[in-house]
Design a protein around this ligand. Structure first.
Ligand code: GTP
Ligand code: MG
Length: 333
């Protein structure tokens, strides 16, 4: 399944139907008055945040969003029917910007909306009002009005939609550090895990239920490697999804399997984050010393603690599900 987290779309709300010019014509009623009905309203285009949607793929397949037009008014005072509105469901965390006419044009920096809660709606393009039929123009001095107005056009424009996931905690780490195994162990999510790098290809959010009905959300993103800022591996592409996390957990393979060095990994992870967005390093964070059940971990953890005495290090085994409770005891969200 394709994962889409940024997309340019064109939206056009429905035009209003035209008002009608008509006069009552019936046998034995020679000069029947005006009876032209109003046009119906065009449909709006509404974006609605929905927790059952996790990416913008629906818009990838339909990047031109349309809403129906209002019907024209008719004689005998028949009003045209208004169109239904078109509601597009987008994931929670979708930010909407106005975009230029051409694909490469700059996007307006200030967003026009940020949908952060389930059910939240945003009126992207308003449908045009229907025109008025000639009955509206009847007056004592104008008994035979021929004026009627056309429907107004629906609003339209180009927009840029970007998903920035909203989660309490973001997991960052090298490929194979065990991020997805950890998410699977603490939440009901079932992210794919495997002993090869880049198993996770797009962000996955898990919900962790804590005592006293506390719930926190955790985002697992694809692994980051040194040089991600030069687009190595999956690059910085998915770091947008941790920008809004309150806290980051650096997941390290403390056993240094595959000849890795957890301290070097930690340093290059922080470097990559800084190169993407220096404010990421200002967030609260802790280090998850994963694979702690393996004998090789003990020495690395000692060295790590000695080198970074102020950093909170939480020893766990995501695979054996040990030490997990310490994560939530020791962090304060
Ligand atoms: N021994 C041991 N192996 C683990 C532990 N946690 C994860 N693994 C193994 O490490 C490998 C990678 O785990 P994943 O959870 O897929 O790693 P990831 O960090 O999500 O990797 P990417 O999605 O590729 O970035 C799998 O074979 C896991 O079984 C652990 O605590 N101990
Ligand atoms: Mg993974």
């Amino acid at each position: 399944m394709r994962f889409v987290d940024q997309i340019r779309v064109h939206a056009k709300a429905g035009d209003g139907g035209n008002g009608c010019c008509s006069f009552r014509r019936e046998k034995f009623i020679p000069h029947g008055g005006p009876d032209g009905g109003d046009g119906g309203n065009g449909g709006d285009i509404i974006l609605q945040a929905d927790h059952d949607t996790d990416n913008l793929v629906a818009l990838f397949f339909e990047p031109l969003v349309r809403s129906g037009r209002g019907a024209h008014g008719k004689g005998k005072n028949k009003h045209g029917r208004s169109s239904q509105h078109t509601t597009v469901r987008v994931p929670i965390g979708t930010i909407i910007h106005r975009a230029g006419l051409q694909p490469g044009d700059p996007v307006e920096e200030e967003p026009i909306a940020d949908l952060t809660e389930h059910g939240q709606q945003f009126l992207l393009c308003k449908g045009g009002d229907g025109g008025k039929g000639n009955t509206h123009f009847k007056s004592s001095t104008n008994r035979v009005p021929r004026q009627h107005t056309k429907g107004y056009p629906g609003e339209e424009g180009w927009f840029y939609l970007e998903l920035r996931t909203i989660a309490d905690i973001g997991l960052v780490g090298y490929p194979n550090a065990g991020k997805s195994t950890l998410l699977g162990a603490i939440s009901a999510a079932h992210p794919k895990t495997a002993p090869y790098p880049f198993t996770t290809l797009h962000p996955v959010i898990g919900v962790v239920d804590l005592p006293e009905y506390r719930r926190i959300t955790v985002a697992d993103i694809p692994g980051i490697i040194e040089g991600a800022h030069e687009n190595k591996g999956l690059g910085h592409e998915f770091l947008r999804h941790i920008v809004r996390c309150k806290m980051l957990l650096f997941v390290l393979d403390m056993a240094g399997t595959e000849g890795r060095n957890p301290i070097a990994d930690y340093q290059s992870l922080r470097k990559e984050l800084r190169l993407y967005d220096p404010t990421l390093l200002k967030k609260d964070f802790a280090v998850i010393a994963n694979k702690a059940e393996l004998a090789e971990s003990a020495d690395n953890i000692k060295v790590f603690r000695a080198k970074y005495p102020k950093v909170q290090v939480i020893e766990i085994s995501a695979l054996e599900k040990t030490g997990l409770e310490k994560i939530f005891q020791s962090i304060d969200l």
